[in-house]
Ligand binder design. Structure first.
Ligand code: AMP
Length: 334
């Protein structure tokens, strides 16, 4: 481990195919950070059990998330790319942190309320303490930066609260973790129907997945909601039109974006043409990643090697942290 580098940690749940939101909210930053920082990136398989108790697809999903991360440019020799369940130290730190998290604040978490609404028959304690487990993942490596999308902002605020409580009660063991994005604002990639964000499991026809084939990408983009266009020069964009521009900003060239911005401001925009252009730029962006993922997935042995070496690297850092934590709490009796 390079002691001069600052530490970065983040994770993605293996609950389905990765999409553009995962890419632009998280993975794009992982790839940029891997040269500058000491990075720990994990497949959050334990987190997925809070919402996906049926584990029939778990293994395939874990392999897919690993392959998708690598296909997007993550180098398993530079970072620790591992599975959350391979580090039993996570469970130990989670237990200690649970004593510092209060029922009231956990019940107020927006993601808990959303998920409780979506799965009223399974409001389990793991769902309630999800932000505590996430804090354990981050603190296990004493990470300072956490590259995540905007939907994780509240969880990171909670992580800072738990960290400060620990440090205050037992002594300064952890840095305060902060959400990270290379530009100032955290990213939220909107869904194509103008309602909510792209997601692994909801709203699949309005989400672009890294696994989508070219025709499906075109079909989804062409279905994006538009209207008959602005009637006054330089008028503000309705949210669903703003979203199409936002998506274009992610994958199209500066000239293309400028053309459609000008057309919009001059009231001669043709949304059909704009969506055709966006669809082709999306195909150009997604198809090489999809093909790389498919080829990596052919080689299970390679993915097992990646997981093994990632766990080994991550365990070294986790063991040091757990020792510091036990000493700080006073659990060292010999
Ligand atoms: P999850 O899919 O919930 O496991 O999230 C994995 C990472 O992707 C987290 O850093 C999320 O913040 C990020 N993410 C998920 N959906 C989006 C989205 N639509 N826009 C931006 N970031 C996202």
């Amino acid at each position: 481990m390079d002691k001069t580098k600052e530490i970065v940690m983040s994770g993605i749940r293996p609950t389905g195919f990765l999409h553009l939101g995962n890419y632009f909210g998280a993975i794009r930053n992982y790839v940029k950070m891997q040269d500058e920082y000491e990075c720990f990136f994990m497949v959050a398989d334990l987190h997925s059990l809070t919402t996906h108790p049926d584990t029939k697809e778990l293994k395939a999903n874990v392999y897919r998330v690993l392959a998708e991360n690598i296909a997007c440019g993550l180098d398993p020799d530079k970072v620790a790319l591992y599975c959350q369940s391979h580090l039993h130290e996570t469970a130990e730190l989670y237990l200690y942190l649970n004593m510092l998290a209060y029922k009231g604040e956990l019940e107020k978490t927006a993601t808990f309320k959303d998920k409780a609404r979506m799965q009223p028959g399974n409001i389990n304690a793991g769902l309630l303490t999800y932000p505590v487990l996430q804090t354990a993942d981050i603190l296990l490596h004493r990470a300072k930066y956490v590259p995540v999308g905007k939907d994780q902002e509240q969880h990171l605020e909670m992580a800072r609260n738990f960290t400060n409580r620990f440090n205050h009660r037992y002594g300064e063991v952890f840095p305060e973790p902060v959400a990270f994005n290379y530009s100032n604002d955290l990213v939220k990639v909107p869904s194509l129907d103008g309602e909510g964000k792209m997601s692994k499991s909801e709203n699949q026809m309005a989400t672009l997945y890294l696994a989508d084939d070219d025709e499906l990408i075109r079909k989804k983009v062409m279905k994006a909601k538009t209207d008959s266009g602005p009637t006054e020069n330089n008028s503000p964009k309705p949210a669903y039109i703003g979203n199409i521009f936002l998506l274009m900003n992610l994958v199209s060239s500066k000239d293309v974006i400028k053309k459609y911005e000008d057309d919009y401001n001059n009231c001669n925009i043709r949304y059909g043409d704009m969506k055709k252009q966006l669809a082709e730029d999306m195909v150009k962006f997604i198809s090489p990643i999809r093909e790389k993922v498919n080829s990596i997935l052919q080689d299970e042995k390679y993915l097992q090697k990646v997981m093994g070496q990632g766990a080994e690297k991550a365990r070294k850092s986790a063991e040091v942290t757990i020792k510091l934590v036990r000493e700080a709490i006073g659990l060292n009796y010999f």
